[in-house]
Design a protein around this ligand. Structure first.
Ligand SMILES: Cc1cc2nc3c(=O)[nH]c(=O)nc-3n(C[C@H](O)[C@H](O)[C@H](O)COP(=O)(O)OP(=O)(O)OC[C@H]3O[C@@H](n4cnc5c(N)ncnc54)[C@H](O)[C@@H]3O)c2cc1C
Length: 408
């Protein structure tokens, strides 16, 4: 008889895990996926493109209804898991149903952080995490409306771009002294700011929000330094925190995220976590690639093979059309060599951080075509000694070097 396996969360990690597991051990488990969102799993990464009107919301489904059905997976979506008894091995759902499990996988993702400031609960103060948020944004922010986006990171800028494209008058407020400070150095961030402003988006740095002022909707955002920005809508994109309350309440160890070992297993045997809700070696990843890696490792293990997750090298691309930004690895590490290529005339900036003859970080602005190749170089840990002179000019220039992996 198949072992009952319950996955909590119907997001990107859950969909990848179901795919990887059914490829390896179809029939070994009776899989049930419980999801709070009332729809099939979709590609959350593409929400920015949906907001910008570049992709239809109907086109971002990850797997068809038939796909899930054909693999014998029971979908309980539109239903929140509310309780877990790790001794009785049961999950309770919001509709009162109870599911028995032998193996349990948390894939509950993250929630947007909402700062504890007055006015956050006003209608028209919106976060940017799921399809519902997009519909709310569309409903509230039309052409000509004023929108303040709080947060000048990847998500905030993608939201600002989508809104500006729809005709809204957008101001981005960012707490730090440069945009995307976790992905970009000061030079690239300054170039990004100019590119964003050229789209008609106002950027205010060092902007610490004190309050959102309004009666039944936002009317202004008040900064701690006394400045006031009038607005009709506020989009909050200041970061995420892992959705781990359910795990914590059931006795699973939670730090920032649900703590897992290299086998993606928690402190409770047979209880696992993958994706943004998981904390591995002290890191909660906020990107999809680590979630996919973790899903694959867990699928390997649950199909009886030995596999370990050792961590991921992060890379990010900004999805703003016409503004090419790529960042990977550790580009702020001290006591390293740096190769910098800068041509403000054509809007190109490239910085490479090298330690012990290995590429450990890269920031690209303007020309990002070779981003995946640089990422492969970082991940491989290969010596770049033979191509050091040509490194900044990209893969074609380095092609003749024999000892370096040249990814397709
Ligand atoms: C607008 C946007 C753009 C992004 N762009 C990028 C990008 O360019 N590159 C990149 O790498 N990453 C990007 N990301 C991040 C990426 O989407 C996430 O890393 C990825 O979705 C993580 O997958 P996950 O399954 O862990 O979480 P999610 O996809 O969030 O799925 C978790 C699911 O669990 C459900 N859930 C939570 N609690 C419960 C419960 N108790 N019961 C039932 N269901 C529950 C949630 O409702 C949710 O559907 C972006 C995210 C957003 C929002």
């Amino acid at each position: 008889m198949s072992e009952p396996l319950v996955v909590i969360g119907n997001g990107m990690a859950a969909a990848r895990f179901a795919d990887e597991l059914s490829k390896r051990a179809l029939g070994r488990y009776a899989i049930a996926v419980v999801g709070e969102e009332p729809r099939l799993a979709y590609n959350r990464v593409l929400l920015s493109s949906v907001l910008a009107g570049e992709v239809a919301s109907s086109d971002i489904e990850l797997k068809s209804r038939d796909w899930w059905h054909d693999r014998g997976i029971t979908l309980r979506y539109g239903c929140r898991a509310t309780g877990i008894d790790t001794s009785a091995r049961t999950v309770t759902l919001a509709d009162g149903a109870s599911l028995t499990f032998s193996k349990l996988v948390f894939a509950t993702g993250s929630q947007p952080i909402r700062p504890a400031i007055p006015g956050m609960d006003l209608p028209g103060v919106i976060t940017f995490r799921d399809i519902n948020d997009i519909w709310t944004i569309w409903h509230r922010a039309g052409s000509g409306d004023r929108v303040v986006v709080i947060g000048g990171g990847l998500l905030g800028l993608e939201a600002a771009y989508g809104l500006a494209k729809a005709g809204a008058r957008v101001t981005v407020l960012h707490l730090m002294d440069r945009l995307m400070e976790r992905q970009l150095d000061a030079h690239a961030a300054a170039m990004l700011r100019r590119a964003v402003e050229a789209m008609g988006i106002e950027v205010i740095l060092n902007a610490d929000t004190a309050e959102i002022v309004g009666q039944n909707r936002p009317e202004a955002v008040l900064l701690k330094d006394g400045r006031t920005i009038e607005t009709d809508v506020v989009v909050v994109a200041i970061g995420i925190r892992p959705s781990a309350d359910l795990a914590r309440a059931s006795g699973v160890v939670v730090n920032r995220g649900i703590v897992v070992d290299d086998a993606m297993e928690t402190n409770v045997a047979g209880v696992h976590a993958i994706g943004e809700c998981a904390e591995h070696r002290g890191i909660c990843y906020g990107l999809v690639e680590p979630a996919h890696d973790q899903a694959r490792v867990l699928a390997e293990r649950l199909s009886g093979r030995d596999a370990r997750y050792l961590g991921s090298v992060l890379a990010t691309n900004l999805k703003v059309s016409g503004v090419n930004v790529f960042s990977a690895g550790d580009f702020l590490r001290q006591e390293t060599d740096e190769i910098v290529l800068r041509d403000p005339g054509i809007g190109v900036y490239k910085k490479f951080v090298i330690a012990d003859d290995r590429l450990v970080g890269a920031v690209l602005f303007g020309d990002t075509a070779d981003g995946p190749w640089y990422l492969d170089l970082i991940r491989s840990g290969a010596s770049i000694d033979a191509i050091r002179n040509d490194l900044a000019f990209g893969r074609p220039a380095a092609k003749s070097a024999p000892h370096v992996p040249l990814a397709a």
